[in-house]
Design a protein around this ligand. Structure first.
Ligand SMILES: Nc1ncnc2c1ncn2[C@@H]1O[C@H](COP(=O)(O)OP(=O)(O)OP(=O)(O)O)[C@@H](O)[C@H]1O
Ligand SMILES: [Mg+2]
Length: 394
């Protein structure tokens, strides 16, 4: 079972590349599901077939390969799973003085609906129905936020809800007698627990490099490449494995009109900078086609040219995930953080965790037991890896 996540700046061709990849895999004999988590779905447009929240078969191929598609409507799942919690939060905020409309707005945690889309991926992967899941993600900013949610929300859930649960158990009868404050009932805690269980496996699945690879789609343009470099860092920060960069819409050699000379120079230059920047990650290239790439007939040759001899579902690069090495008496935790200067990284420790910050993003790395009792002696960037040295205290 493999999962491929496609992301990149708006409009670079994520949906097209994801659709062509899924099609290519299905043609080669894999049972493939392509789903979109971008609320602005366009998968159906790429295949020119109607798709919706339920899985729709698109095509079957000789050799057992099949292609199905789904445009996930995460709001439906959120409503089913989270209604109890939302009602409680609304009543709490209402009690605290927020007016009803405000309270309802505030009770919706941003990004929560998208987490349910991720939980659906886990369900598909466990179903045994598919050899490959291809995910057409939203543009990078949303995707980075989405992929960090299991981390961030899990962290809050761990700390806030269990504590509140024991507290409210004991004081609930007392509390509701003294003040009229609404107190969370068991249905709320049950919903939170179910939510947390769904979330739990998702992160493990998506950060297992043998299962999940992220692929960055770019155009050979300065701003697009700059954003892709940042995305690469953030994905690494959250433990995801990027196994390919796809440079899409390259001008074909057959175009010799002088109007395009400057464009061709820029693309050549940017392609070189992509190759330098993503060293170790294979760069797949795709030319600008002579028309929109819509429908199976057009996507199929596009996918064939893109992957050529490669199997789309393979792990195309093997990155080195977080690891701990013994160096003399010290233990060194290292994790990939490409394109980061040491000055950009903030480090702090709390309760057996190492808190890492890069730009606006935060991550809590749960430290292995071997590191918890030790102190951070130094931190440095070695190539594109952050190395944190832990020594015996005292
Ligand atoms: N190599 C290409 N040659 C010609 N047309 C292309 C190519 N790649 C993508 N397109 C076309 O460009 C348009 C946008 O592509 P696509 O929808 O895949 O981008 P996207 O990155 O998913 O956009 P969004 O950020 O809106 O989700 C589509 O009409 C698609 O057919
Ligand atoms: Mg798209």
């Amino acid at each position: 079972m493999r999962i491929l996540l496609f992301t990149g700046k708006g409009g670079v061709g994520k949906t097209t590349v994801a659709a062509a990849t899924a099609l290519r895999a299905a043609e080669s004999g894999l049972r493939t599901l392509v789903c979109s988590t971008d609320p602005a779905h366009s998968l159906a447009d790429a295949f020119a077939v109607p798709l919706g929240d339920a899985v729709v078969p698109i095509a079957a191929f000789p050799g057992g390969g099949s292609l199905a598609g789904q445009e996930l409507d995460a709001r439906v799942r959120l409503e089913e799973a989270w209604a109890a919690v939302r009602e409680y939060l609304t009543s709490l905020l209402d009690w605290a003085g927020a007016d009803v409309v405000e309270a309802e707005e505030l009770a919706v945690i941003p990004g929560l609906d998208e987490v349910f889309a991720l939980a659906d991926l886990r369900a598909h992967s466990e179903s045994g129905d598919y050899d490959l899941l291809v995910v057409d993600c939203a543009p990078t900013a949303e995707t980075v936020r989405l992929l960090s949610l299991p981390d961030v929300l899990g962290w809050y859930m761990d700390r806030i809800f269990p504590a509140q649960r024991t507290a409210t158990r004991a004081v609930r009868p007392l509390l509701s007698r003294i003040v009229s404050m609404p107190v969370a009932g068991d249905d709320v805690f049950a919903a939170v627990r179910r939510f947390y269980e769904r979330l739990d496996g998702v992160r493990d699945l998506l950060t297992d490099g043998a299962v999940t690879s992220a692929r960055l789609v770019v155009n050979a343009e300065r701003m697009v490449v700059a954003e892709a470099r940042r995305t690469f860092t953030y994905l690494a920060l959250f433990g995801y494995h990027v196994d390919a960069v796809i440079a899409n819409r390259l001008l074909p050699g057959a175009i010799t009109d002088p109007w395009f000379t400057a464009w061709k120079d820029t693309q050549r230059e940017q392609l070189e900078s992509i190759e330098a920047a993503f060293a170790g990650v294979p760069i797949l290239t795709a030319e600008l086609a002579d028309d929109e790439l819509v429908g199976i007939e057009r996507l199929s040759p596009f996918g064939a040219a893109l992957y050529s001899e490669r199997s789309p579902a393979d792990v195309l690069a093997t990155g080195d995930p977080m690891r701990v090495d013994a160096v003399g008496d010290a233990l060194v935790l290292s994790l990939p953080l490409p394109f980061t200067e040491k000055a950009d990284v903030e480090l702090a420790r709390s309760n057996g965790e190492l808190l890492l910050g890069v730009g606006a993003h935060r991550r809590a790395v749960v430290l292995p037991e071997s590191l918890r009792r030790r102190e951070v002696a130094s931190a440095r960037m070695a190539g594109d890896r952050l190395e944190v040295e832990f020594t015996e205290g005292g």
